[in-house]
Write a protein that binds this ligand. Structure first.
Ligand SMILES: [Zn+2]
Length: 285
């Protein structure tokens, strides 16, 4: 029986290629990184030597599924035209970086409508994605994965129907996939506490998005209750989801090739990912 590769979001402090030794130290079978500073609009252009070092280290670690997470500032349905333009340019820049680095997928949060309303927001997100992808050179390599969100504030993409609607409005729907996040889904109101609940959730995902369109899963427990709409990650098994849901998710044959990435708190001793990976390996059996 094949099992999903499990790993973590790792720091690139000290250079992008440092992600690989960090991941290897943890025993990661998949990695997520930022390809630019995630809290700034502008990043330094990639230096050719850094690109080369990253590609060499990735090849040496192969097979190692690798995804990037987009900057948090990006809002593809921003109401302010200047912010919308920066968001689109930022997304294009990150997709270009992924292509240069050989990163196969970029995870982004769809956006927050900031009072414009759900329908207007979903339409604006689809228009932004169309505009960015239409301007990218031919085969750019990195696939855009829209992440399911917790639904805090006016953030969109927490209901699976919203993610499906964004894709439905795209000029090229097959160009995008999705990233599930257990903490976000639970906060959005999808129960994941038992094997049966996870099966119901996966059936909903399949109905609205198609399980084959899921390109990444973020594994995070939650400090908030079911339906709290709060994006607060907890160590695996120590939050309101608990161990059984993760055990069932890791056993799902339809997700056996999908990278499963921790974004859990590191804790005071910085060893949080090591503990969570050990828990996940135990639950995976
Ligand atoms: Zn996430």
């Amino acid at each position: 029986m094949s099992r999903p590769p499990i790993g973590a979001h790792v720091s690139v402090a000290g250079g992008l290629a440092t992600a690989f030794p960090r991941g290897a130290d943890l025993g990661c079978e998949a990695l997520q990184v930022f390809v630019k500073n995630a809290s700034q609009w502008r990043g330094k252009p990639l230096a050719p030597a850094d690109v080369e070092a990253f590609r060499v280290a990735h090849a040496a670690a192969a097979p190692l599924p690798l995804v990037a997470h987009g900057a948090y500032l990006i809002n593809l349905c921003a109401v302010d035209p200047a912010i919308l333009e920066r968001s689109r340019a930022g997304l294009a820049d990150e997709l270009g970086r992924c292509a240069a680095l050989g990163v196969s997928a970029l995870v982004v949060h769809p956006g927050a409508h900031l009072g414009a309303g759900e329908a207007a927001g979903l339409a604006a997100i689809a228009q932004s994605i169309d505009a960015v992808l239409a301007a990218m050179p031919g085969d750019m390599g990195a696939r855009l994965l829209l992440e399911q969100t917790a639904g805090q504030g006016s953030v969109l993409g927490w209901r699976l129907e919203q993610l499906a609607e964004i894709r439905r409005q795209l000029a090229a729907p097959a160009a995008v996939g999705f990233c599930l996040d257990t903490c976000h889904a639970f906060a959005a109101g999808y129960d994941l506490r038992t094997a049966a609940a996870v099966e119901d959730f996966l059936a909903e995902v399949d109905r609205h998005l198609g399980l084959a369109a899921v390109g990444c899963v973020h594994l995070n427990d939650s400090t908030g209750e079911l339906g709290s709409r709060k994006d607060r990650h907890a160590p695996i098994g120590e939050g309101t989801i608990g161990r059984e849901g993760f055990r069932r998710l890791l056993a799902e044959p339809c997700l056996a090739d999908v990278p499963m990435i921790l974004e859990t708190p590191l804790g005071d001793d910085e060893q949080g990912h090591a503990r969570d990976l050990a828990t996940l390996r135990e639950l995976r059996g």
